[in-house]
Design a protein around this ligand. Structure first.
Ligand SMILES: Nc1nc2c(ncn2[C@@H]2O[C@H](COP(=O)(O)OP(=O)(O)O)[C@@H](O)[C@H]2O)c(=O)[nH]1
Ligand SMILES: Nc1ncnc2c1ncn2[C@@H]1O[C@H](COP(=O)(O)OP(=O)(O)O)[C@@H](O)[C@H]1O
Length: 210
């Protein structure tokens, strides 16, 4: 039986809205899903590990990878480069594993052009004040960096209508429930179940016809 490709979920949000926290909380409940680890030229934050949170590379290295066609998508965000490895993502999807891309709107557009079945989910904060408080309480960025992320928040949010689903991350557990519901609905779509569950369906229909 042919292997069904995994689902691809694109999750975007203004910085600090909670997309990384929501994805990690969902993955903690579902060991059979993965988040794609991007390459970036941004400096690691305290506690961030190379190969786990990002593949941290120098600008020259990133540009060489662009030239070699290694990225399915890449973009410059907040003055740094970020990109998604083509082969790693394709290999994971081919194994039937669902994958999350935590990427910005520019990357999301590039992915949609190449993989139109990708599901886009946009996370909104309840307000800009709350967004700023979250960036401050995360405690990992300087005031300048937070100001830069806040100045880009409205630009990122102006692309929310390019996505399939919107979630307001006010109460975390409610937002997680909504994210999980979207993901599970997608997994259960009949078209995706056909190869996995066709035998079961045939048996049930045969029995009901007896
Ligand atoms: N296009 C693209 N954007 C990415 C990628 N990885 C991360 N980003 C986006 O880059 C932005 C900055 O990410 P990061 O530096 O981790 O800061 P944070 O969003 O404040 O946690 C976020 O909007 C991410 O979604 C990627 O591979 N491609
Ligand atoms: N619903 C929520 N209520 C309160 N704090 C939240 C909520 N969601 C996320 N946070 C906190 O906000 C900060 C930013 O979240 P994070 O997941 O890093 O955002 P992003 O990945 O979108 O930049 C973190 O300190 C996180 O713990």
């Amino acid at each position: 039986m042919a292997q069904v490709s995994g689902n691809l979920f694109i999750v975007s949000a203004p910085s600090g809205a909670g997309k990384s926290s929501l994805i990690q909380a969902l993955l903690a409940q579902h060991a059979d899903m993965q988040v794609s680890v991007s390459h970036t030229t941004r400096a690691p934050r305290p506690g961030e590990q190379n190969g786990v949170h990002y593949h941290f590379v120098k600008v020259d290295d990133f540009k060489a990878r662009i030239a070699a066609g290694e990225f399915l998508e890449w973009a410059e965000v907040f003055g740094n480069y970020y990109g998604t490895s083509r082969t790693t993502l394709e290999h994971t999807l081919q194994q039937g594993i669902d994958v999350f891309l935590d990427i910005d709107w520019q990357g999301a557009r590039q992915i949609r052009q190449q993989l139109p079945d990708a599901i886009g989910i946009f996370i909104l904060p309840p307000s800009l004040d709350v967004l700023q408080q979250r960036l401050q309480s995360r405690g990992q960025d300087s005031a300048d960096i937070i100001a830069g992320r806040m100045s880009k928040a409205q630009d990122e949010m102006s692309h929310a209508d390019e996505y399939d689903y919107l979630i307001v991350n006010d109460d975390f557990q409610q937002a997680l429930l909504e994210l999980r519901s979207i993901v599970l609905c997608q997994r259960n779509r009949l078209i995706r179940q056909q190869q996995r569950q066709q035998d079961l369906l045939d048996q049930l229909l045969a029995k009901s016809a007896d």
